[in-house]
Design a protein around this ligand. Structure first.
Ligand code: ZN
Length: 259
């Protein structure tokens, strides 16, 4: 836990107590990979493509899961990448080195794309991920579409600025009739720790103060609007709402799954 939660002894002790209180292991943080697909008009839109084979044997099953839902890779028209970390973008290429979703345009924020296509990573620890992202963009060729936050990814699906986790990290807002959903990407990466303490530092947040500010703003708004959210790393399927606690911080209330 202390490698992904940045904080002094008091923070670590409170985190352990919170995890134990929620019947969670205290020696590690578990993270799932909740990608999502939307149909809108004639578009089939994926938000993130999972980890591919870079996150162990259970991290790269997106295409198989889509097949079970009756969708072939060729049916996907649009992919939006919230940010270019390997657990969100690593599944872009198949074992043959070609895009898994051959017909899909690859949409990403201009700022995120600029960061991950630099000659050299600003810190050595990011070099491997930068190389991987560049390989993906090169394979996508002219299918890459760069957008600014606030732009439409597809009808009813809009990118929302949520910088901090990475320089161009975006959330995705989906509106359909009276319903809406905010796909939060990596705004908050643990359903207990970073909701109870949005100000705590997450090890993989590139700019920790900016990420914490985005997290706080998102949670405040989601709680005030009783907005449905889908969080990438929360327990499957990561859908629920956020409640503000009188004692400080927030609580994630998972929505019952309808199968
Ligand atoms: Zn992630």
């Amino acid at each position: 836990v202390d490698s992904v939660l940045v904080g002094d002894k008091a923070v670590q002790a409170e985190a352990s107590a919170l995890l134990a209180d929620h019947f969670l292991p205290t020696d590690r943080l578990e993270a799932e990979l909740n990608t999502v697909v939307f149909r809108t008009g004639d578009k089939v839109v994926l938000i993130d493509v999972g980890a591919g084979d870079s996150f162990g044997p259970t991290g790269g099953r997106q295409a198989a899961v889509l097949a079970a839902a009756g969708l072939k890779p060729a049916d996907v028209t649009t992919i939006f990448i919230t940010h270019a970390h390997g657990d969100h973008f690593g599944g872009y290429l198949g074992a043959d080195g070609k895009p898994v979703y051959a017909n899909a345009e690859l949409v990403i924020s201009e700022k995120e794309h600029a960061f991950w296509t630099q000659d050299k990573a600003p810190v050595e620890a990011l070099q491997k991920m930068l190389d991987g992202a560049k390989k993906n963009f090169a394979a996508a060729g002219d299918r890459v579409r760069l957008i600014k936050p606030g732009s439409e990814i597809a009808p009813g699906i809009t990118a929302v600025e949520a910088y901090g986790h990475t320089p161009g990290h975006c959330q995705v807002r989906v509106d359909s009739g009276k319903e809406s959903l905010l796909v939060t990407g990596d705004t908050a990466n643990h359903p207990v720790l970073f909701l109870r303490h949005p100000e705590w530092g997450f090890g993989f947040d590139g700019d920790k103060p900016a990420a914490a500010a985005t997290r706080k703003k998102t949670l405040e708004a989601a709680a005030a609007d009783r907005m449905r959210i889908l969080a990438y790393h929360f327990p499957y399927p990561g859908i629920g709402r956020v409640r503000k606690l009188a004692s400080g911080g927030f609580e994630f209330v998972a929505e019952p799954m309808k199968l």
